[in-house]
Design a protein around this ligand. Structure first.
Ligand code: NAP
Ligand code: GCO
Length: 259
């Protein structure tokens, strides 16, 4: 069984993984034996990430790369092939959110969210798939959301992007499954990270709303995602394709607290 979940000898690239969910997923992959590559938007974040991995006993390869830029992504993939080998496992984790009522949101703001949360996973997956085809295997894990299934006030662009990412996941699985490439989504519920910090401020009504909506009666932690993300990256999931694994403490199963 240990062998089935081992990532020994694998190169795993987790995008936007200096901290938060990406950092937790990459740390789990390192513990399972993978070589870790991550990128972030600026040198300060990359340095901060390298130091955080080092403190956790992990030698991670950090690079500055904006995942919305096809040019930067292709250049990084070429560099990785020289430095660590081609990517076996890709986690499209980098993401942004803008919480703005839809009729106040500009088209430029909407486009920016779609660019990072949907176009970028396409760009990065497209860049690594040829190497996976050559190797005869590959794992792509797209970080989806509750908003891949549900709507809520103020997150129109994010929901459109994460819903689209679920379908991109199914399409990659459909198009490249025959090459032994598995593309699945992981759908975190409400997780305590800097992205959700504004919603968790003391006294914010959203905090008690989420706890009431979650059968587990708590916010998730980035560590809650480690086991499911390892499953999707390992040989244990070799016949699981086009699936979104929701890790949400039961939110999607629950109608809500009865009055
Ligand atoms: P986070 O704390 O905001 O981290 C996201 C990371 O992505 C940051 O390091 C960010 O860099 C980076 N990033 C943003 N745009 C980028 C770009 N163009 N190129 C490269 N890197 C970029 O978010 P998180 O909460 O850990 O979320 C990680 C993923 O999980 C996201 O896709 C998010 O939508 C998803 N998710 C989160 C939750 C939750 O409850 N937290 C739930 C469901 C899904 P900067 O720091 O420079 O912005
Ligand atoms: C929100 C957004 C995110 C969530 C997450 C849910 O409601 O503001 O949906 O912040 O954290 O993506 O899965």
């Amino acid at each position: 069984m240990q062998e089935l979940f081992s990532l020994q000898g694998k190169v795993a690239w987790v995008t936007g993984a200096s901290y938060g969910i990406g950092f937790a997923i990459a740390s789990a992959y390192a513990a399972a034996g993978a070589t870790i590559v991550f990128n972030d938007l600026n040198p300060e974040l990359v340095e901060r990430g390298i130091a955080a991995y080092k403190a956790a006993g992990i030698h991670a390869h950090g690079h500055v790369c904006d995942v919305t830029s096809e040019e930067q992504v292709n250049a990084l993939v070429a560099r990785l092939e020289q430095e660590v080998g081609s990517v076996d496992i890709l986690v499209n984790n980098a993401g942004i959110i803008k919480r703005i009522p839809m009729i106040e949101m500009t088209a430029a703001e909407f486009r920016q969210v779609i660019d990072v949360d949907l176009n970028a996973p396409f760009i990065v997956a497209k860049a690594v798939i040829p190497g996976m085809i050559k190797k005869g295997h590959g794992k792509i894990i797209n970080v989806c959301s509750m908003m891949s299934e549900l709507g809520r006030e103020t997150v129109a662009a994010y929901a459109a992007a994460k819903g689209g990412l679920k379908m991109l996941t199914r399409n990659i699985a459909s198009e490249y499954g025959a090459y032994n490439i598995q593309c699945n989504g992981i759908g975190p519920g409400y997780i305590a990270t800097p992205q959700t910090a504004p919603l968790r401020e003391p006294g914010h009504p959203f905090n008690s709303f989420i706890i009431a909506k979650t059968p587990a009666a708590r916010w998730g932690t980035p560590e809650d995602l480690q086991g499911p993300a390892l499953f999707l990256a390992s040989d244990a999931s070799n016949f699981v394709n086009g699936h979104v694994l929701y890790v949400d403490g039961g939110i999607l199963a629950y109608i809500g607290k009865q009055p």
